[in-house]
Design a protein. Structure first.
Length: 205
């Protein structure tokens, strides 16, 4: 009986050791380890001067998903982001010092120490010089190596003003503020990305 108990205990300990401590979300939606997640946007700009007299006058065009990584334990991780189709325009700022994938063989590896149970923005941007008149998309492969585990996934980012829910007339014509999921908020007081007047607004304070 003791031998059986020891075997069961050892098995449980082994399973616990293999449990994933890393989790990743894209705009609040969880990406499964080994899985793929597609996000479609109808807005491809965010206001560079929100809350100032210059609000609505200066925009940076592109796609700016909120890619958050969390760990149940404090650990140092190495993250490799690859532009699978080599579409270009992807910038990776995880851990500071933003790097353009195009200029680095379409694949960049960055490192950062994660705090326990503290979501960290991986700062993945798809930047364009001008507003796009047509739909487009990029496919990104992300591999994060932790101290005792590896997280891998594919993120597909698409711009399509005809089909994305945040491009609906209800949101375009409103002067109110909305979350990326379409929920109206009185005021954008927390850090994050919001939709105001059909445009993305990034609140970084």
């Amino acid at each position: 009986m003791k031998k059986l108990f020891s075997m069961v205990l050892g098995l449980c300990m082994g399973m616990a050791a293999q449990a994933q401590s890393l989790t990743l979300t894209v705009d609040g939606e969880q990406l499964a380890n080994g899985g793929s997640l597609t996000k479609t946007y109808g807005v491809e700009a965010f206001d560079l001067m929100p809350g100032t007299p210059l609000e609505g006058q200066f925009f940076r065009y592109g796609l700016y998903p909120e890619v958050m990584i969390s760990s149940t334990t404090a650990q140092h991780v190495s993250a490799t982001l690859t532009d699978v189709n080599k579409d270009g325009g992807v910038t990776f700022c995880f851990g500071g010092n933003c790097m353009e994938l195009d200029k680095n063989g379409y694949s960049v590896t960055k490192e950062q120490t994660l705090k326990a149970s503290t979501p960290t923005n991986m700062q993945i941007d798809v930047v364009h010089a001008e507003e796009s008149a047509t739909a487009y998309g990029v496919t990104l492969s992300l591999k994060v190596k932790g101290e005792s585990e590896t997280f891998e996934g594919t993120i597909v980012l698409k711009y399509d003003p005809e089909t994305a829910h945040i491009s609906s007339p209800a949101l375009q014509g409103e002067t109110g503020c909305y979350t990326l999921s379409g929920l109206r908020v009185k005021e954008a007081t927390k850090r994050g990305i919001y939709i105001r007047g059909g445009r993305k607004v990034v609140i970084s304070r």
